[in-house]
Design a protein around this ligand. Structure first.
Ligand code: PSU
Ligand code: MN
Length: 296
């Protein structure tokens, strides 16, 4: 990398990319803002291990002191898990670099970095989507527009549990993002296997997904292929329980005046409390399963 390059890519990942070996990009906002400590560090380790077990190289992305680090060490993760680092969406990347800040990259920022480096597959828990009440607030995640212009395969378990799933699927269609249910005909809802909405297409094998990805590539289609992988059955939560917990958490957040970037971490931790900790267990299990599928 030239001195002007904002990227610090680990030797292992540089070699893998040079050889055309399998590399899976991972976001780090899930570590800095998505999960409580120490579940956040456990999530990062379990995803990396699952990717290696399936013969691929994990490429976790984060901002460390203004450098875009690709391939995180234990020290990097410990630094990120500490309080005070920022959540870095795509719009924030340049500011974080110029200010020499550290932060966790969201799906949108991670897609931008992965695409710049030629990584073709990424895994996450839930994408950002259209928020409930977006007709008034216009709160629509930058993840959606980024998916429209980054030709990666992104494995996820649907949108995060506080989004409007129907509106999110409509927004994905508008943006030309190809959505495939993996061994399911229903779009998952993060901890919940069935959001109540069908997926436009489903695939029963990794080979089918790869064939669709290759067809997009041959078309010169710059949008992503979103693979919707339901949470592992043993860990999935019932839809009505999650809906009730989210509704109570949203009500409480409103009463306490919590807004903006603080809202998502607050809601996720409230939902976890209201489900007796089973939401975090489900979150870890689905992150690991998505990492494994992405590696395959
Ligand atoms: N889903 C979760 N927890 C998270 C996120 C998603 O269950 O922390 C993160 C991801 O990094 C995603 C981001 O890209 O939230 C979307 O944030 P926003 O809605 O502000 O765009
Ligand atoms: Mn938002």
């Amino acid at each position: 990398m030239t001195p002007q390059s904002p990227f610090d890519v680990s030797d292992e990942i540089q070699v893998a990319l040079g050889l055309g070996a399998s590399v899976v990009a991972l976001e780090s906002a899930v570590v800095t803002h998505g999960l409580p400590y120490p579940a956040n560090l456990e999530a990062a380790r379990r995803m990396e291990r699952a990717i290696r077990q399936h013969g691929a190289v994990p490429a976790a992305v984060a901002l460390i002191g203004g450098r875009v680090r690709v391939g995180l060490t234990e020290d990097d993760l410990a630094h990120l898990a500490a309080r005070g680092v920022v959540k870095v969406g795509r719009r924030d990347l340049a500011v974080a670099i110029a200010r020499q800040a550290s932060g966790g990259t969201t799906v949108s920022a991670t897609l931008a970095v992965a695409h710049a480096l030629g990584v073709r597959v990424q895994a996450t828990g839930g994408i950002g989507g259209v928020h409930m009440g977006a007709a008034q607030t216009w709160d629509i995640s930058a993840d959606l527009d980024e998916l429209s212009r980054r030709p990666l395969v992104l494995v996820c378990s649907g949108a995060k549990a506080i989004c409007d799933v129907g509106a999110t699927l409509e927004a994905l269609e508008t943006r030309g993002v190809t959505v495939i249910g993996y061994r399911t005909s229903r779009f998952p809802y993060f901890y919940v296997a069935d959001s109540g909405h069908p997926v436009p297409w489903s695939a029963d094998s990794v080979a089918e997904i790869a064939a669709i990805s290759r067809a997009k590539e041959r078309l010169g289609d710059m949008s992503a292929l979103l693979v919707a992988n339901p949470p592992p059955a043993r860990w999935a939560l019932p839809a009505d329980e999650v809906a009730e917990a989210v509704a109570r958490a949203v009500g409480r957040a409103g009463a306490e005046g919590i807004r903006g970037g603080e809202l998502t971490p607050y809601l996720l931790s409230e939902v976890d409390r209201l489900t007796g900790g089973r939401a975090v267990d489900a979150n870890l299990a689905l992150l690991e399963a998505n990492a494994a599928l992405a590696a395959q």
